[in-house]
Design a protein around this ligand. Structure first.
Ligand SMILES: O=P(O)(O)OC[C@H]1O[C@H](O[C@H]2O[C@H](CO)[C@@H](O)[C@H](O)[C@H]2O)[C@H](O)[C@@H](O)[C@@H]1O
Length: 351
């Protein structure tokens, strides 16, 4: 299978990494690095958290010229397709895909965020032609129930639970990396506390993503967002080893270790024997703030293609943009078709 070429042996690392990661970075940081990277530099107040959630899912459409100015800086990956594949010539392309908002449209009920059959077929083709991974905030089991493709790598819980491809007969596989294993009991306890504390807020919902939790604001009246964020912060006072990040109408609670989607991408590239190689081109597609960690990793490495899925101008480290999952599917299919072209049609060999 062409997509499996270059796959190295991934190493199992249950639990041990969490201790070394925490000691290496001095345990829980006082202020979330994710927040610290952006103004305002003050500790995240509840109103700032709510503003961040609001900004992550703007209600109004952008002005046409505003969007046009933004896409000059982050051009469409479809419009720039020839440029992207020119950079990919002779290189091993590795495809990383976020799930919600990238492969599936955003919907009100997180349990109903299904991807279409066409998208599944496109992702299957991607995995046939390139090493490919889903990188998501969801727990692996949940995202696997949506995607259903055993041939992919899955980095669930924001990269804190990484699993490799399985054969069709296998239904489960051992984790390749679980750097936050020791946090499972505290996450389970915080889940119960958050459910209890938020149960009086109509529309609020706490989702257990195994190594992290999501507190959903999407179905909550906006007037209740600040009190809800306050409730979350009150619960977190009892859990100093957990931190908050924000996504699309969601607050995410996770272990305070220096681990994120960017680290997961680095881990997968390294484990596949691809890190630091100039003949490898990672392509990452994602729509959320948490995907910025992966875009940063690609930007830092100096090679790699970050594609932000957004209809709204946003500060991003991604180079390119796509508007929605429909465009994502078109891009994935074009990538597969490009790879399928006979080598004679390409100026240099395709690995
Ligand atoms: O990393 P991702 O795959 O993008 O996961 C991030 C969060 O995605 C889900 O929430 C988002 O999608 C929901 C369904 O469309 C939507 O209702 C919600 O408002 C969005 O934030 C998922 O439910 C969360 O647990 C993930 O953390």
């Amino acid at each position: 299978m062409p997509g499996s070429s270059g796959r190295g042996v991934l190493f199992a690392c249950r639990g041990a990494a969490s201790t070394s990661l925490r000691s290496a970075y001095g345990g829980a940081p006082a202020v979330d690095d994710h927040y610290r990277a952006r103004p305002p530099p003050a500790p995240c107040t509840t109103s700032w958290v709510v503003d961040a959630i609001r900004a992550s899912s703007p209600a109004r459409s952008p002005a046409v010229d505003e969007y046009a100015a933004w896409t000059r800086r982050h051009p469409s990956a479809l419009g720039s397709f020839e440029q992207i594949v020119a950079a990919a010539e002779g290189k091993q392309v590795v495809v990383f895909m976020d799930y919600d908002g990238t492969l599936s449209p955003i919907v009100a009920d997180p349990d109903k965020a299904f991807m279409t059959g066409e998208m599944r077929a496109a992702v299957r083709e991607v995995a046939e032609h390139f090493p490919a991974a889903i990188v998501t905030g969801r727990c692996v089991e949940k995202v696997y129930s949506f995607v259903g493709l055993p041939e992919l790598y899955y980095a669930g819980s924001h990269g804190m639970d990484i699993k490799g491809p399985t054969s069709n007969e296998e239904t489960t596989t051992a984790a390749l990396l679980q750097p936050a294993l020791e946090f499972l009991p505290v996450i389970a306890e915080a889940y119960e506390a958050l459910v209890e504390r938020t149960k009086g807020t109509p529309g609020a919902r706490v989702e257990n993503n195994k190594f992290c939790l999501s507190v959903h604001f999407r179905c909550v009246d906006e007037k209740s967002w600040t009190p809800l964020a306050e409730q979350v912060k009150v619960v977190l006072r009892d859990y100093p080893d957990l931190k908050l990040t924000e996504g699309r109408k969601v607050l995410e609670v996770r272990p305070s270790i220096m681990w994120d989607k960017g680290k997961a991408v680095e881990f997968l590239l390294q484990s596949l024997g691809f890190d630091g190689r100039s003949d490898v081109l990672p392509v990452y597609l994602g729509d959320d703030r948490t995907d910025e960690d992966a875009f940063k990793v690609l930007g830092k490495s100096g090679h790699g293609v970050g594609i932000l899925v957004s209809k709204f101008p946003r500060a991003t480290d991604a180079s390119y943009s796509l508007q929605d999952p429909t465009e994502v599917m078109e891009f994935l299919l074009r990538l597969v078709n490009w790879k399928r072209q006979p080598p004679s049609a390409a100026p240099r060999s395709r690995v």
